[in-house]
Design a protein around this ligand. Sequence first.
Ligand code: COA
Length: 249
Amino acid sequence: MSETLLLDRERGLLTMRLNRADKKNALTRAMYSQLAQALATADADPKIRAVLLTGSSDCFTAGNDIVDFLEQPPDDLDNPVFQFMLALLECRKPVIAAVAGPAVGIGTTLLLHCDLVYVSRDARLRMPFVNLGLCPEFGSSLILPRLLGQARAAQLLLLGEGFSGEQAVAWGLATEALDTGDAALAKAREVGLRFESLPPEAVRISKQLMKAPGRESLRRAIEEEGALFIQRLRSPEAMAALSGFIERR
Ligand code: COA
């Protein structure tokens, strides 16, 4: 079986590449654990100056694995998905994302916690939580209304409407849109390597200052959303929607 998360170290840059193309890089419990572990290792290693998270050149990730949701739904916050969320939240190094194609569910919400996000123009971001009988997660119910206003946040979170990489940049959710997935990855890599020549303590303190305001309310929101998400996963609405996805295959 091939590894579902590939780690590559190039000078001071650690690249974490989702590698489950046959399932559109849908995230399994094992992948969340590997991601959390890699982030913690990067954070502790002074030689690593930045982390890059990416998927395939035509698909970032289809979000949480729906089979996992049905077969092994999380039952408390001591779970690989929440460990990943906390590891990303607590990572003191810059985290850069390179996104192409679909970025669904947590594939979009995790971007709200990255420091720099490079997207292909035609990337397709979407948070269909309500459509699946679920509710927003990873702080998105707090961050998106603040960042985009209630009206646009409702379009994305209540209706689950998708949006392009270009729109993500226009709305301040991504840094720059590039013509292709490969170009987005090349740009993210170039930026990631740039951190090698920036003073690491100044980078660390600056990131900390930028993330400090609202940190506690963000953690609380993630916990509240998480508790409700766990309940929703067992609801008849979610069971019907998630089983429907599997049955349509
Ligand atoms: N969990 C588990 N498997 C998934 C998956 C997911 N989230 N998303 C895709 N897959 C699997 C499909 O079941 C299919 O597997 P199969 O070939 O064994 O049948 C394979 O990945 C390819 O998916 P497919 O839908 O045919 O690809 P596509 O290019 O037409 O569409 C997506 C890609 C991402 C738009 C579409 O797969 C999708 O909407 N996935 C669900 C996203 C989602 O709702 N995530 C949960 C958010 S909380």
